[in-house]
Design a protein around this ligand. Structure first.
Ligand SMILES: Nc1ncnc2c1ncn2[C@@H]1O[C@H](COP(=O)(O)OP(=O)(O)OP(=O)(O)O)[C@@H](O)[C@H]1O
Length: 216
């Protein structure tokens, strides 16, 4: 069953078409990697897919969308803001309850950020900030994940650990990745974007890194 389907999607900036028209359908349980050279249109496509997706979809944009002055706990907790009443959320933001604090702590431990719960997000390194945004997506527990280069600032082993956590928590996802080895390892389907169009759409199992080279 399709969890998301778009038809004749397109985007322009200043009158210049940068994406589409393109159509695509995503089945529940499909993990898609979006690949293609810088400027191909991956971020534009992801943000348009987010506009079309049902509420509860977790979205991790390239700029992460963290609130720098707030603590790591508060940034991660925002993943579930729409699940609770305003009063409950406000109370939790002021005086975090034991349960959400424990849940957030568990996710941070898994991502190697266990000692950062109370740190302001703005005082973390680029890779740490990226993992806070990942933690927020994991805490959200939505039905679909749309993520734009979620591990670009992480080294190899850590990038794999974080990709494993994301794809385990989200069996249905569209993730833009510039690392083709990661894309092949953590997806069932690869969509290659070239000049704003879908140039390749194949099961990952049928592809090798060499097959993706023409996209770059
Ligand atoms: N705010 C903007 N104003 C004008 N043009 C834009 C804007 N955002 C993106 N573009 C253009 O749209 C095209 C697609 O950009 P997009 O960010 O979607 O590519 P991308 O594949 O995600 O690149 P990257 O891998 O570098 O993130 C590019 O040509 C880019 O210059």
């Amino acid at each position: 069953m399709a969890i998301l389907a778009v038809n004749d999607l397109s985007a322009s900036y200043g009158g210049e078409r940068v994406l589409g028209p393109l159509s695509l359908s995503l089945a529940s349980g499909e993990r898609v990697a979006l690949v293609g050279r810088s400027g191909a249109g991956k971020s534009t496509l992801l943000s348009l897919l987010y506009d079309e997706a049902e509420s509860g979809t977790a979205y991790m944009p390239q700029d992460l969308g963290l609130v720098d002055t707030l603590s790591v706990f508060h940034n991660v907790y925002m993943g579930q803001l729409d699940r609770h009443t305003t009063l409950y959320s406000l109370c939790n933001l002021l005086f975090p309850l034991k349960k959400p604090r424990g849940e957030v702590q568990g996710i941070l431990d898994r991502l190697g950020l266990g000692d950062k719960l109370r740190e302001p997000a703005g005082e973390l390194s680029g890779g740490q900030r990226q993992r806070v945004a990942v933690a927020r997506a994991l805490y959200q527990q939505g039905s679909l994940l749309l993520a734009d280069e979620p591990v670009s600032a992480l080294d190899g082993p850590l990038a794999r650990r974080v990709m494993a956590a994301l794809t385990e928590a989200y069996p249905t996802s569209v993730i833009a990745l510039h690392d083709v080895e990661l894309a092949l390892a953590f997806s069932d389907r690869i969509i290659g974007i070239q000049d704003g169009h879908i140039a390749l759409d194949e099961p990952s199992a049928r592809l090798t890194a060499a097959d993706l080279q023409p996209l770059y």
